[in-house]
Design a protein around this ligand. Structure first.
Ligand code: GLN
Length: 445
């Protein structure tokens, strides 16, 4: 049924870069056989999913939507991919994204533009836009995305589905192609909160191959699927209601707060004074890390190869031809921020701001259990609207970026519509506070 849906929707939506039908049918047949043999099956067994194309899949092309990795077939699986295989999940393919996860609309893909299934003239958000669009269109029952500054939550909001960025370190990043290593985190994109809990169960846990992965027991997240928010203390940080916010988005978020209160939660307005600096600091930290991470694409070891008269000109040509405009912009920004003479003024300063942003959250969580905010200032915008204005595009992440800077978990879930397009509600929790977030989201949904 899902493959039939792919046939129907994909020509317009263009959610997948690579489809793996034969493999999917084989995986599904193996699950059928297990069921026939009355063998035990895992919760995700047989459930068709899409994987963002920055997750390494052994034997299956992994492009990061970049020409520089066109044709690259990883010799190994990301840890999350191994975990899904162990659960017998069925993988339908690799989903479209902004090149190297840099963007907020999936328009920075080196291959194709994905459309929002709710209105194909609008973007699905990004950078995990292919994953969110696939789930929204029924082209996958669930998907994995990655979130460095909002890339799971914002596309989930734009596509009217659920997306969660777990605590930094909760899910292994081994085999996730690095964008900004201190911010990147893999997470689920699903139709509802229940599915989110199941997928989170499957992918969480310590991994000795990722030195930043947290060595803490993984609870059964499905136990948080309880309808109860009585006494839950909710904070509403006033700084998240920025100028330029769509009034309908604001209204939907306040309506959600009313609903929480009606269900027995308490709410108070709080202040997080460093919020406004998080965005600028993020675009220094993220680009600095990206410029370093992307230094490995020299056109020699793997991926796109060019020619030249000597090795330096070969590097230059491979990188000039292989990387898209936004990626080059970030490499230049990051290299600049890390250069001697500018390091203290930009990179180091940004790290200090990052600490202040984190401290705002620590202080907030002394007083409340979760924070509730919009996911993005607007709903999905028209394709092409911001492609020539990178700064306007960066502003789409203003509500999600502070969460990555602090390394804490947050979910995005649908909370209404504006002009027929979905609005997302963000619930932010303490470090390893996924259970509280899931309980609040499940009660609300
Ligand atoms: N849109 C943000 C950026 O372009 C976030 C991307 C992400 O989370 N991967 O950096």
């Amino acid at each position: 049924a899902v493959l039939a849906r792919v046939d129907q929707a994909e020509p317009e939506v263009k959610a997948y870069i690579t489809q793996t039908r034969e493999l999917a049918l084989k995986q599904a047949a193996a699950v059928d056989q297990k069921i026939k043999n009355r063998a035990a099956i895992a919760p995700l067994a047989g459930i068709p999913a899409g994987l963002k194309d920055n997750l390494c899949t052994q034997g299956i092309k992994t492009t990061c939507a970049s020409k520089i990795l066109a044709g690259f077939v990883p010799p190994y699986n990301a840890t999350v991919v191994d975990k899904l295989a162990a659960e017998d999940a069925v993988i339908l393919g690799k989903t479209n994204m902004d090149e190297f996860a840099m963007g907020s609309s999936t328009e920075n893909s080196g291959f194709q533009v994905t459309r929002n299934p709710w209105n194909i003239n609008t973007v699905p958000g990004g950078s995990s836009g292919g994953s969110a669009a696939a789930v929204a269109a029924g082209e996958a029952v669930w998907a994995l995305g990655s979130d460095t500054g909002g890339s799971i939550r914002q596309p989930a909001a734009y596509c009217g589905v659920v997306g969660m960025k777990p605590t930094y370190g909760r899910v292994s990043r081994y085999g996730l192609v690095a964008f900004a290593s201190s911010l990147d985190q893999i997470g689920p994109i699903t139709r509802d909160v229940t599915d989110c809990a199941y997928v989170l169960n499957a992918i969480s846990g310590h991994d000795h191959r990722d030195s930043t992965s947290i060595n803490a027991p993984v609870p059964d997240y499905t136990r948080s699927l309880v309808k109860d928010v009585k006494g839950l203390k909710i904070g509403l940080p006033k700084e998240y209601f920025v100028a330029g916010m769509d009034p309908a988005v604001e209204k939907a978020v306040y309506k959600a707060i009313d609903q929480f209160v009606a269900l027995g939660a308490e709410y108070r307005e709080i202040s997080m004074p460093h919020t406004e600096y998080a965005l600028s600091a993020y675009y220094l930290v993220a680009t600095a890390e990206a410029s370093s991470n992307l230094a490995r694409y020299d056109g020699v070891g793997y991926g796109y190869r060019s020619d030249g008269n000597d090795i330096i000109s070969m590097y230059k040509r491979a990188r000039s031809e292989g990387f898209g405009k936004e990626v080059k912009r970030r490499i230049m920004l990051g290299t600049y921020a890390l250069s001697s003479g500018y390091y203290d003024a930009y990179y180091l300063k940004a790290l200090k701001v990052r600490t202040l942003v984190k401290q705002d959250f620590d202080k907030a969580f002394d007083a409340v259990d979760v924070l509730v905010t919009p996911v993005a200032p607007t709903t999905a915008f028209p394709v092409g609207e911001k492609t020539n204005d990178p700064l306007a595009m960066y502003l789409a992440d203003v509500c999600t970026i502070p969460v990555n800077m602090a390394g804490i978990p947050a979910i995005s879930l649908p909370c209404g519509f504006s002009d027929g397009l979905p609005v997302g509600l963000q619930i932010i929790g303490k470090p390893l506070g996924e259970e509280t977030i899931l309980r609040a989201a499940y009660t609300f949904e």
